[in-house]
Design a protein around this ligand. Structure first.
Ligand code: SF4
Length: 209
Protein backbone atom coordinates (compact mmCIF):
# COMPACT_ATOMS: atom_id res chain seq x y z
CA UNK A 1 0.00 0.00 0.00
CA UNK A 2 1.32 3.42 -0.91
CA UNK A 3 1.17 5.50 2.25
CA UNK A 4 1.93 8.61 0.20
CA UNK A 5 -1.55 8.61 -1.33
CA UNK A 6 -3.26 10.28 1.61
CA UNK A 7 -0.70 13.07 1.96
CA UNK A 8 -2.38 16.40 1.28
CA UNK A 9 -0.74 18.04 -1.68
CA UNK A 10 -0.57 21.64 -2.83
CA UNK A 11 0.11 22.81 -6.37
CA UNK A 12 2.86 25.37 -6.94
CA UNK A 13 4.33 26.89 -10.10
CA UNK A 14 8.07 26.84 -10.70
CA UNK A 15 10.52 28.00 -13.32
CA UNK A 16 14.18 28.88 -13.64
CA UNK A 17 13.61 32.63 -13.21
CA UNK A 18 14.16 35.31 -15.83
CA UNK A 19 17.18 34.66 -18.04
CA UNK A 20 18.27 33.92 -21.60
CA UNK A 21 15.39 31.69 -22.53
CA UNK A 22 13.08 29.73 -20.27
CA UNK A 23 15.57 27.04 -19.30
CA UNK A 24 16.19 24.54 -16.52
CA UNK A 25 19.53 22.91 -15.76
CA UNK A 26 20.08 19.29 -14.80
CA UNK A 27 20.51 20.06 -11.09
CA UNK A 28 17.14 21.77 -11.09
CA UNK A 29 15.51 18.86 -12.93
CA UNK A 30 17.03 16.38 -10.48
CA UNK A 31 15.79 18.41 -7.53
CA UNK A 32 12.29 18.59 -8.99
CA UNK A 33 12.21 14.86 -9.70
CA UNK A 34 13.09 14.09 -6.07
CA UNK A 35 9.56 15.15 -5.21
CA UNK A 36 7.82 13.14 -7.90
CA UNK A 37 6.80 9.49 -7.90
CA UNK A 38 7.61 7.56 -11.05
CA UNK A 39 4.05 7.76 -12.32
CA UNK A 40 3.55 11.44 -11.47
CA UNK A 41 3.50 14.14 -14.13
CA UNK A 42 4.61 17.74 -14.39
CA UNK A 43 2.29 20.17 -16.13
CA UNK A 44 3.89 22.55 -18.59
CA UNK A 45 1.91 25.78 -18.97
CA UNK A 46 1.90 28.25 -21.83
CA UNK A 47 3.27 30.88 -19.50
CA UNK A 48 6.75 29.48 -18.92
CA UNK A 49 5.85 27.75 -15.68
CA UNK A 50 5.75 24.13 -14.54
CA UNK A 51 3.07 22.99 -12.12
CA UNK A 52 4.06 20.46 -9.49
CA UNK A 53 2.15 19.09 -6.53
CA UNK A 54 4.11 18.86 -3.30
CA UNK A 55 3.12 17.70 0.21
CA UNK A 56 1.50 20.63 1.99
CA UNK A 57 3.19 19.94 5.33
CA UNK A 58 6.66 20.15 3.72
CA UNK A 59 5.85 23.09 1.44
CA UNK A 60 8.21 25.61 3.04
CA UNK A 61 11.25 23.33 3.13
CA UNK A 62 10.72 22.07 -0.42
CA UNK A 63 10.40 25.64 -1.71
CA UNK A 64 13.63 26.50 0.11
CA UNK A 65 15.36 23.56 -1.52
CA UNK A 66 14.04 24.55 -4.94
CA UNK A 67 15.28 28.11 -4.38
CA UNK A 68 18.73 26.85 -3.37
CA UNK A 69 19.19 25.46 -6.91
CA UNK A 70 17.92 28.64 -8.56
CA UNK A 71 14.30 27.67 -9.09
CA UNK A 72 11.71 30.36 -8.49
CA UNK A 73 8.35 29.35 -6.97
CA UNK A 74 5.01 31.07 -7.40
CA UNK A 75 1.47 30.44 -6.17
CA UNK A 76 -1.11 28.92 -8.56
CA UNK A 77 -4.56 30.42 -8.95
CA UNK A 78 -5.84 33.97 -8.87
CA UNK A 79 -2.48 35.69 -8.70
CA UNK A 80 -0.29 37.73 -11.02
CA UNK A 81 1.72 35.14 -12.96
CA UNK A 82 5.47 35.35 -13.28
CA UNK A 83 6.46 37.61 -16.14
CA UNK A 84 6.56 35.89 -19.50
CA UNK A 85 9.63 37.16 -21.32
CA UNK A 86 11.42 36.95 -24.63
CA UNK A 87 14.79 35.18 -24.76
CA UNK A 88 16.88 38.36 -24.50
CA UNK A 89 19.07 37.16 -27.36
CA UNK A 90 20.19 40.66 -28.29
CA UNK A 91 21.90 41.06 -24.93
CA UNK A 92 20.99 41.44 -21.30
CA UNK A 93 21.23 45.22 -21.05
CA UNK A 94 20.07 46.05 -24.54
CA UNK A 95 16.88 44.14 -23.91
CA UNK A 96 16.37 45.36 -20.35
CA UNK A 97 16.65 42.08 -18.47
CA UNK A 98 17.29 43.83 -15.11
CA UNK A 99 14.08 45.82 -15.61
CA UNK A 100 12.13 42.63 -16.37
CA UNK A 101 13.57 41.00 -13.23
CA UNK A 102 12.69 43.98 -11.06
CA UNK A 103 9.16 44.17 -12.44
CA UNK A 104 8.68 40.44 -11.88
CA UNK A 105 9.91 40.79 -8.31
CA UNK A 106 7.43 43.55 -7.64
CA UNK A 107 4.29 42.02 -9.11
CA UNK A 108 4.47 38.22 -9.48
CA UNK A 109 2.35 36.34 -6.94
CA UNK A 110 0.14 39.30 -5.98
CA UNK A 111 -3.48 38.30 -5.37
CA UNK A 112 -5.91 39.51 -8.06
CA UNK A 113 -9.57 38.71 -8.92
CA UNK A 114 -8.49 36.32 -11.71
CA UNK A 115 -5.11 35.03 -12.96
CA UNK A 116 -3.31 37.95 -14.58
CA UNK A 117 -0.78 37.49 -17.36
CA UNK A 118 1.94 40.03 -17.91
CA UNK A 119 4.44 39.67 -20.75
CA UNK A 120 7.69 41.47 -21.48
CA UNK A 121 9.63 41.75 -24.68
CA UNK A 122 12.99 43.38 -25.28
CA UNK A 123 12.38 44.82 -28.75
CA UNK A 124 9.53 45.42 -31.22
CA UNK A 125 9.94 41.95 -32.74
CA UNK A 126 7.94 40.95 -29.69
CA UNK A 127 8.97 37.34 -29.04
CA UNK A 128 7.47 37.57 -25.54
CA UNK A 129 4.03 38.09 -27.17
CA UNK A 130 3.08 41.16 -25.13
CA UNK A 131 0.18 42.12 -27.40
CA UNK A 132 -1.91 39.09 -26.47
CA UNK A 133 -1.40 39.32 -22.71
CA UNK A 134 -3.48 41.23 -20.15
CA UNK A 135 -0.57 43.62 -19.69
CA UNK A 136 2.27 43.80 -22.19
CA UNK A 137 5.58 45.66 -22.08
CA UNK A 138 7.78 46.35 -25.05
CA UNK A 139 11.21 47.93 -24.80
CA UNK A 140 11.83 50.34 -27.64
CA UNK A 141 15.34 51.77 -27.64
CA UNK A 142 15.85 53.13 -24.10
CA UNK A 143 12.20 53.30 -23.09
CA UNK A 144 9.19 51.10 -22.46
CA UNK A 145 5.72 50.98 -23.99
CA UNK A 146 2.83 49.62 -21.99
CA UNK A 147 -0.08 47.78 -23.62
CA UNK A 148 -3.23 46.46 -21.99
CA UNK A 149 -6.24 44.35 -22.91
CA UNK A 150 -4.71 41.56 -25.00
CA UNK A 151 -6.53 38.23 -24.91
CA UNK A 152 -4.95 35.14 -26.44
CA UNK A 153 -7.76 32.67 -25.81
CA UNK A 154 -11.33 32.34 -27.01
CA UNK A 155 -13.30 33.33 -30.10
CA UNK A 156 -13.12 36.89 -28.86
CA UNK A 157 -9.31 36.88 -28.78
CA UNK A 158 -8.01 40.41 -29.06
CA UNK A 159 -4.82 42.36 -29.53
CA UNK A 160 -3.99 44.76 -26.72
CA UNK A 161 -3.63 48.47 -27.29
CA UNK A 162 -1.06 51.05 -26.30
CA UNK A 163 -1.77 52.70 -22.95
CA UNK A 164 1.44 54.60 -22.19
CA UNK A 165 4.66 55.09 -24.12
CA UNK A 166 8.25 56.18 -23.61
CA UNK A 167 8.29 55.21 -19.95
CA UNK A 168 11.43 55.09 -17.84
CA UNK A 169 11.92 51.90 -15.78
CA UNK A 170 10.58 53.66 -12.65
CA UNK A 171 7.55 54.98 -14.50
CA UNK A 172 6.93 51.51 -15.88
CA UNK A 173 7.03 49.81 -12.45
CA UNK A 174 4.76 52.46 -10.98
CA UNK A 175 2.19 52.29 -13.78
CA UNK A 176 2.00 48.50 -13.78
CA UNK A 177 1.71 48.41 -9.98
CA UNK A 178 -1.07 50.99 -10.07
CA UNK A 179 -3.03 49.08 -12.72
CA UNK A 180 -2.71 45.87 -10.70
CA UNK A 181 -3.76 47.69 -7.50
CA UNK A 182 -6.83 49.13 -9.24
CA UNK A 183 -7.76 45.69 -10.59
CA UNK A 184 -7.32 44.03 -7.17
CA UNK A 185 -9.34 46.68 -5.38
CA UNK A 186 -12.19 47.24 -7.81
CA UNK A 187 -12.33 44.06 -9.89
CA UNK A 188 -15.23 41.72 -9.10
CA UNK A 189 -14.52 38.24 -7.78
CA UNK A 190 -13.23 36.03 -10.67
CA UNK A 191 -13.62 38.91 -13.15
CA UNK A 192 -10.91 38.58 -15.79
CA UNK A 193 -8.75 41.62 -16.49
CA UNK A 194 -10.20 41.70 -20.02
CA UNK A 195 -13.77 41.98 -18.69
CA UNK A 196 -12.70 44.42 -16.01
CA UNK A 197 -11.16 46.67 -18.64
CA UNK A 198 -14.33 46.57 -20.77
CA UNK A 199 -16.42 47.43 -17.72
CA UNK A 200 -14.43 50.36 -16.36
CA UNK A 201 -12.93 51.63 -19.63
CA UNK A 202 -9.43 52.63 -20.67
CA UNK A 203 -9.95 56.27 -19.65
CA UNK A 204 -10.43 55.26 -16.05
CA UNK A 205 -7.17 53.31 -16.15
CA UNK A 206 -5.32 56.19 -17.79
CA UNK A 207 -6.59 58.65 -15.18
CA UNK A 208 -5.40 56.30 -12.46
CA UNK A 209 -1.88 55.75 -13.78
S1 SF4 B 1 11.86 40.34 -28.54
FE1 SF4 B 1 13.59 41.16 -29.64
S2 SF4 B 1 15.23 41.21 -28.17
FE2 SF4 B 1 13.69 39.80 -27.35
S3 SF4 B 1 14.33 37.75 -28.07
FE3 SF4 B 1 12.88 38.61 -29.56
S4 SF4 B 1 14.18 39.55 -31.11
FE4 SF4 B 1 15.45 39.26 -29.26
Amino acid sequence: MNMGNDVKKVKIAINGGIGFGAKLNSKQLLTISKYMDEDEELELTTFQQLYIEIPEDKKEEIIEEFQSVGLVCYPVGNFVKSLRTCNFYKGELEEGMPVAKELNQRIAGKPVPFTLKVAYTGCPIGCGEPMVSDIGIMKIREHYNLYIGGKAKGKDAEVGSLLLENLSPEELYESVEKIIALYSQTGKKRETFHKFLKRIGRDQIISYT
